[in-house]
Design a protein. Structure first.
Length: 122
């Protein structure tokens, strides 16, 4: 139900990546259309350390972006997303592209992609 109400179309872009090379399309895994729920917002993370005697703590504020794919959509994918692949949000202005920095699978069969915004010329 959630995916039917809040989902948006995207293009899943499988890529081949190696440590010292530019990412390129993966010829063995074709691009496919996928529907999921994109979420972006502020994130806050505390820093842990060894120093003592300080009151309060250091906080780092950043942004966090995820793309959630329901089980039915995940089951229909011809190849599962992996770190280094990309998602392009096709209905958004400028069709922003996000690299996948982590993939979280649940025992319910859905997938959450942890995303990092990429520049257009990558």
């Amino acid at each position: 139900m959630l995916s039917r109400v809040f989902a948006e179309p995207a293009r899943f872009i499988p890529r081949v990546s190696s440590q010292y090379a530019v990412r390129a399309s993966d010829p063995d895994r074709p691009e496919v259309a996928v529907t999921g729920v994109f979420s972006a917002g502020a994130a806050q993370q505390g820093l842990d350390g060894q120093a003592g005697g300080f009151s309060g703590g250091t906080q780092v504020t950043s942004s966090s972006a995820t793309f959630w794919i329901a089980k039915a959509q995940a089951d229909a994918l011809t190849a599962l997303p992996t770190k280094g692949d990309a998602i392009c949000l096709t209905n958004r202005a400028g069709q922003p592209r996000y690299g996948i920095s982590a993939v979280q699978n649940t025992d319910m069969g859905d997938i959450t992609l942890i995303l990092v915004r990429e520049e257009d010329d990558i």
